[in-house]
Design a protein around this ligand. Sequence first.
Ligand SMILES: [Zn+2]
Length: 174
Amino acid sequence: MSIQNIITVPDEMLRKVSEPIEKIGVNEKKLIKSLYDTMYNSKGIGLAAIQIGIPKRIVVLDVSKKEDKPSPYCFINPEIKKFSKETSVYEEGCLSIPETFIEIERPRYIWLEYIDQNGKKKNIKCDGLLSTCAQHEIQHCDGKLIIDFLSKLKKEILIKKLSKKKNSSQKLIV
Ligand SMILES: [Zn+2]
C-alpha cells in the first residue's frame, strides 16, 4: 500500500464509523505501515485509517518535534477510559480539511486503553499535544471532524468553500 491519497472534506467516507480490528494479520500490518508512510509524507502528526478510505479503528501519531527523535504511536481499537477536568487549547488542523485551523479546547489528560501492533493490550496516560492529537484521531474513527466544533452556519460556509476548491483543483488536473 505504502503512501496513499488522503480523503478530504466533503467526502462522506469521513463520516463513516470505523469497525474494530479483530486480529492483527499481514493486511493490518501493511495498513499500519501505509498510515505511517502517508502521515510522515504529508508532515502530519496523526492519521486515522478512515482518512485513507479504510474504516478500521487504527490511528497513528507522532507529535515529536522535528529536531527530536521520532516518537511513533499506533493505537488499535483505542478507547478513552477517563478524561481530566483540566483542559488545554490548541489550534488544530486536519489532513482531511486543507488550510483550515480551528481553536479547540479539550481535556488536557486522557487515560487510553488500546491494542498495540503486536496485539498486546496497553494503557497510556496522554498529556498535552499527544492527548489532543489522540482525541482528534479517535473522533475520526467515529466519523467526527474538527469542523463539528464550529457553529452550523460557519461549518456550512466552510464546507462550501472547500467543495469549490476541490472542484476547481480537479478541473486543473484534467
Ligand atoms: Zn484529522
